[in-house]
Design a protein around this ligand. Structure first.
Ligand code: CA
Length: 443
């Protein structure tokens, strides 16, 4: 299950794209995440790109320049059509041997001293003049609920007498979400309108949602799928995962509170969700894996959700930061302010467990399907991944350095999420960011 460390992870590697060697870059040579881009304002078709420093390498152009000659896995029609596509679905479907060979080839041709530098220089575009599209056509989207800290905190607000339901520690809780309204970073959307029931009223009212919130999540892009009826077992689960991105699962809490029983989230969640443009592969994340643990007093995972590698390296050390920039801050040129900092290591279930559980009944996944991790809140109050938790259900306002206060989002607010990982002896790699802005409700 665990991806092996290899020469591509060597922290001493440097790129001839010099911005990739700068301390603090999200995209050093050791990362090489994939996205879909074109020149801003052009009518070109979107193309597959790889982030390197402050540049994007055009994958189809690099292939045409023979950057991948000599790798048997990177020859033939399937590979050529996958890198020439306008989304990542076909490449996602090709599987680990191809992804791994491509990572090795990219690492070698982008290294200092590579003979391909001259040919590949022309395949770069500065990220500042690129625009991005969704990395894949997302056929199906499922959102999980893997932070026990989030589930307990939210449970307390919605059901004070019964915060954590008895199934939580046995079954990875999830629901089928809506793929059509998922957008890429930069997404702007209108405050949703719907039914809510104020606590002071006997009957519901209709109007713009008042308790607009975000959820800091990790997105999991599926690689090769499974046939309907087949199960993806734990020992194979990670070979069906192409990589991870950042995901903001926007949530209208007042709509959610009124509609969620008995079938779960519906219109409170499906008006917009925003993901980062870059997908970081599991191979890039190999050095930053952690032991996954389950408290001795908690139920241990059932056999189908257990595996030898799980406890050794099932978790990921990914820092997750959320910032808010109000319209006033933006107008005055003031930077966004941090709301929280947490870590994906606190997740109660691993990404492999999510894939196995999703398919245990024979449900088929397809390349480009997206799984959400659920809000990643850590054990401390300041590690909460939503305003609902940070403001204790809207009771404790947050105050910013310019004096503005928030309990939930106001029109014009932008939420910025960032993710990165670092470890002594290894490169720091990042996910870039995902930004989304709330516009006023339609009138
Ligand atoms: Ca969610």
């Amino acid at each position: 299950m665990t991806v092996q460390l290899n020469e591509t992870h060597d922290a001493s590697l440097r790129s001839w794209v010099t911005t990739a060697n700068q301390a603090g870059t999200d995209f050093p040579l050791q990362n090489l995440p994939y996205g879909v881009f074109r020149r801003q304002g052009s009518n070109q078709a979107f193309r597959i790109g790889v982030a390197i420093g402050d540049q994007v390498l055009d994958l189809a152009a690099a292939h045409a320049a023979h950057a991948f000659a000599g790798y048997t896995e990177l020859q033939g029609g399937h590979f050529t059509s996958a890198v020439n596509a306008s989304n990542l679905n076909a490449l996602m479907g090709l599987g680990t041997p191809v992804w791994s060979a491509l990572r090795l080839a990219l690492s070698r041709v982008l290294r200092e001293g590579a003979s391909q530098q001259g040919a590949l220089q022309a395949c770069l575009l500065a990220q500042t003049v690129a625009e991005f599209a969704l990395p894949a056509h997302i056929g199906d989207y499922t959102d999980f609920y893997t932070s026990v800290h989030h589930a307990t905190a939210v449970g307390k607000l919605f059901r004070p007498d019964n915060p954590l339901l008895p199934n939580y520690k046995w079954v990875p809780i999830g629901y089928h979400g809506r793929a059509s309204s998922i957008g890429v970073s930069g997404q702007q959307f209108r405050r949703p309108v719907g039914q809510t029931k104020p606590p002071t009223s006997e009957t519901p009212v209709f109007g713009p949602a008042k308790r607009m919130d975000y959820e800091m999540e990790i997105g999991i892009f599926i690689g090769p799928g499974n046939a309907l009826g087949d199960v993806i077992n734990m020992d194979k689960a990670e070979s069906h995962i192409f990589g991870l991105c950042l995901l903001n699962d926007w949530s209208a809490r007042d709509v959610q509170a009124w509609e969620y029983q008995p079938l779960g989230p519906f219109l409170a969640k499906n008006f917009a969700s925003t993901i980062s443009p870059w997908v970081v592969t599991l191979e890039a994340l190999a050095p930053y894996r952690l032991a996954w643990t389950r408290d001795a007093e908690d139920p241990q995972p059932m056999a189908y959700l257990d595996a030898p590698d799980l406890r050794e390296s099932g978790a990921f050390d990914i820092q997750l930061e959320v910032l808010l920039q109000t319209e006033k801050m933006r107008t005055e040129g003031a930077p966004a302010e941090r709301l929280s900092l947490s870590n994906f290591r606190h997740s109660y279930w691993t990404i492999a467990q999510l894939v196995t559980h999703h398919t245990v009944n024979g449900c088929n996944l397809n390349p480009g399907d997206l799984l959400g991790s659920g809000t990643q809140s850590g054990p401390l109050a300041e590690e909460a991944g939503s305003l609902l938790e940070l403001t204790e259900g809207g009771k404790k306002p947050l105050t910013f350095s310019n004096g503005e206060q928030r309990v939930f989002m106001e029109d014009g607010d932008a939420i910025i999420m960032r993710g990165w990982t670092q470890k002594d002896g290894w490169a720091r790699i990042g996910f870039g960011e995902v930004v989304g802005t709330l516009l006023p409700a339609r009138t």
